[in-house]
Design a protein around this ligand. Structure first.
Ligand code: HEC
Length: 701
């Protein structure tokens, strides 16, 4: 159906390498770094990626997304010899959530603002860098940081989705754009942060934005040309416009009111998986827009296909089955968390399963052929529902979970979920799934309806946190549906996992530690303190007989904007850094920058700066700050993530504040110029508000 390239000699050699383990370097070792052979990451190779553990060709390692490396040079005995081989700094501020890919001998990784870098996988030497030059004001639509979770490889191209809604195909050898399409309706507050997936010659890409009024969908583009092949919406639009499919017509029966005015949500912003034998593409869908279902769909209903796993036919995007994890989502309980395909023996029968630990706190095992519910148990404390009814396969929602009119009871999980987007891995040898979880509590308040602001959260509820959140690394047995072990972590916000045939689970944490745990027991076998909070997932690959483990640090994402990293990392400015480890290497950790302290404002008076300090001006400044700055710089400027802490600006920065904020002096570094949105007087009001908050923080009148 789609044109396939004729296999190049390189491809033939790699096929041979699959049959003869140990000869895998034959084709690629002779290739110059950066000169990835045309056509080398073929559809066929992607199908069999699990048989080629020396590479990391797809986001989740394979189409099954199990993030299990079959390499075993680094094992329980040798892991203590692991050390830093090389590192590379991202030169833009923002969290790093990307899983790198490795093909040939080149690593491809995306950084903040959808930038892409190619590096020599042995040495970390930069080969090329691509910057899509996303307009910085677009960052106002990014609920959860200007992150990107990774690129895709197909044939001789690298694919990236950009924060401003483009899908770009790059030449893998040079980083030069080959084609580019706009995948979102550009006047709508969509963003792309998820990694594209490659399925049978199609590039599949979703989008995010359900904290703003948008309608979710996923699109498929022909890899060669960028032509749109299909687009599948995840929630129905206005019935008066007609439905795009029968599936959406059926879905519309589960909605009421004028939901389309609020977008509806259901964005497919991260998880996907593919089963080539069943020819099914699995998509996880997100929360309702707005969160409050009483606002979104006042007459009730399940609101299909929010918070669901959808199985689509990849040739045309038609819906084959769906399973909704959170009917009538009211709490931002997305089902966009990673999905893993595995064949598990359950009650004496080998079942083709799909598993997911979505935000709502239950671990699901479904039949991936039919969508039938097999089992589901809570993997963290859950009180919004008291279990999943095995007959109806629906959660038994509890009265304390509703909040219109408000407030709800003290609910757990909170809206960051029991588990967020952080990658899960599955080790077929231990039979365990590994993922970071968190426990937090929240009270939702539905006293007011939503006001739909442009470019900021409009979720239709207030929310207050009720407990000090805690984070753990969890090992879960999906057959027994019970915990095997859990390790408490310093921060609640942590990295995704990689599991290996060497019996190790690798994971980085919010305290900057990158650790190797015994996959059976959870015992810490090795650790490295990077000083930089880690939220992304590691990968492993092999070159010249050496096994490498790579992970990106880069504190940020939704949980890293105002929440400071812990431990050693708290002392340092948080910049992104890619780190690669191998046995018997001990490259020193490159220097880190201590966080600046609160400034001495002795000489800095509001009136010196010509700033008003009457209550009305400060109130107005606070309001403008909340609408334009809080999303990146946190409460009162106090961000402890990768964005600068505005309470700790150097005195000199105060003097050029207007130049930065209105004039756009730091645009290249990711700080938007606000001339389009704010007058110079309004910028001065924000400045006055910030200075007053700094004075409060340092205890000066
Ligand atoms: C999309 C994210 C984003 C938004 C929104 C944003 N900023 Fe920034 N801001 C940044 C980044 C990134 C930097 C760091 C640039 C650099 O590395 O030099 C920055 C830097 C700054 C600095 C310089 C700080 C220093 O110590 O050097 C000031 C001042 C500032 N921002 C003020 C504001 C104000 C005021 C607003 C709202 C009107 C705002 N920012 C909105 C991302 C943002």
């Amino acid at each position: 159906m789609f044109a396939r390239r004729i296999p190049t000699p390189c491809f033939v050699l790699l096929c041979a390498a699959l049959l003869l383990p140990g000869t895998g370097a034959g084709c690629t070792a002779d290739t110059e770094p950066g000169a990835l052979e045309a056509g080398s990451v073929t559809t066929e190779r992607l199908r069999h990626a699990g048989g080629e553990p020396e590479s990391w060709l797809a986001h989740g390692g394979t189409h099954a997304e199990d993030r299990f490396s079959r390499l075993e040079q680094i094992d329980r005995e040798s892991v203590h010899r692991l050390g830093l081989a090389w590192s590379h700094d991202f030169n833009l501020r923002g969290g790093v959530e990307a899983t790198p890919l490795m093909a040939g001998d080149v690593l491809y990784v995306s950084g903040p603002w959808s930038t892409v870098e190619a590096l020599d996988a042995r040495s970390g030497t930069p080969l090329w860098r691509y910057d899509p030059e996303v307009p910085r004001l677009r960052g106002l639509y990014a609920c959860c940081d200007v992150v990107n979770r990774g690129v895709a490889l197909h044939e001789d191209r690298v694919f990236v989705g950009t924060l401003d809604g483009r899908l770009v195909a790059l030449d893998a050898a040079t980083g030069t754009p080959v084609w580019e399409v706009v995948t979102t309706e550009n006047d709508m507050p969509y963003t792309i942060t998820g990694a594209p997936r490659v399925v049978e010659g199609l590039i599949i890409i979703g989008n995010g934005g359900a904290e703003y009024p948008v309608r979710g969908y996923v699109s498929a583009y022909a890899s060669g040309t960028g032509a749109l092949v299909w687009r599948t919406y995840t929630v129905p639009g206005n019935p008066a416009d007609g439905f795009e499919s029968e599936a959406l017509e059926r879905a519309a029966e589960s909605w009421s009111g004028e939901w389309w005015l609020h977008g509806g949500g259901g964005t497919a912003w991260d998880a996907m998986a593919y089963d080539p034998e069943l020819d099914l593409l699995y998509i996880g869908t997100g929360n309702g827009s707005p969160w409050s279902r009483e606002v979104r769909s006042p007459g009730g209903g399940d609101n299909l296909y929010l918070s669901s796993i959808l199985a689509l036919r990849p040739s045309d995007g038609s819906l084959v089955w769906h399973y909704q994890t959170t009917p009538g989502d009211n709490w931002d309980f997305t089902a966009t968390q990673p999905m893993i395909l595995a064949d598990l023996e359950i009650d004496g029968r080998l079942r083709k399963t799909i598993m997911q630990a979505p935000k709502n706190g239950f671990f699901y095992v479904l039949d991936r052929e039919t969508g039938d519910f097999i089992s589901g148990e809570n993997y963290v404390r859950v009180n919004w529902a008291d279990g999943i009814d095995p007959v109806t396969a629906r959660p038994r929602e509890q009265p304390i979970a509703s909040y219109h009119p408000g407030p709800s009871g003290d609910l757990t999980p909170w809206f960051f979920g029991g588990h967020n987007w952080q990658s899960m891995s599955f080790n077929p040898e231990t039979g365990l799934a590994y993922f970071p979880v968190h426990e937090g509590g929240v009270i939702y308040s539905g006293a007011e309806g939503p006001t739909l602001f442009e470019g900021i959260f409009s979720v239709g509820t207030g929310a207050a946190f009720t407990m000090v959140p805690m984070g753990f690394l969890l090992a879960w047995d999906p057959v027994a549906q019970q915990e095997a072990w859990r390790i408490p972590l310093a921060n609640w916000w942590n990295g995704g996992t990689l599991s290996t045939a060497g019996g190790i689970v690798f994971q980085g944490g919010g305290d900057g530690r990158f650790a190797g745990y015994d996959a059976e027991s959870g015992e810490v076998l090795w650790e490295f303190s990077s000083g930089l909070g880690i939220i992304a997932a590691p990968i492993s690959y092999e070159l010249d007989g050496v096994q490498y483990v790579t992970v990106a640090a880069g504190w940020g994402g939704v949980g890293g904007r105002t929440n400071a990293p812990s431990g050693e990392a708290e002392a340092y400015e948080q910049r992104g850094r890619l780190m690669t480890f191998a046995l018997d290497r001990d490259t020193p950790r490159p220097p880190l920058f201590p966080r600046s302290a609160l400034p001495d404002l002795g000489a800095l008076r509001l009136d010196d700066l010509g700033l008003a300090d009457d209550a009305a001006a400060l109130g107005e400044g606070e309001k403008l700050y909340a609408l334009n700055c809080i999303i990146c710089h946190g409460q009162a400027g106090s961000s402890m993530g990768t964005m600068p802490n505005l309470q700790r600006m150097a005195p000199g920065t105060h003097r050029i504040f207007g130049d930065i904020v209105h004039g756009g002096r730091l645009e290249v570094m990711g700080m938007p110029g606000f001339a389009e949105r704010l007058s110079e007087e309004e910028v001065a009001l924000i400045h006055g508000y910030l200075v007053s908050r700094i004075r409060m923080a340092v205890g000066e009148p």
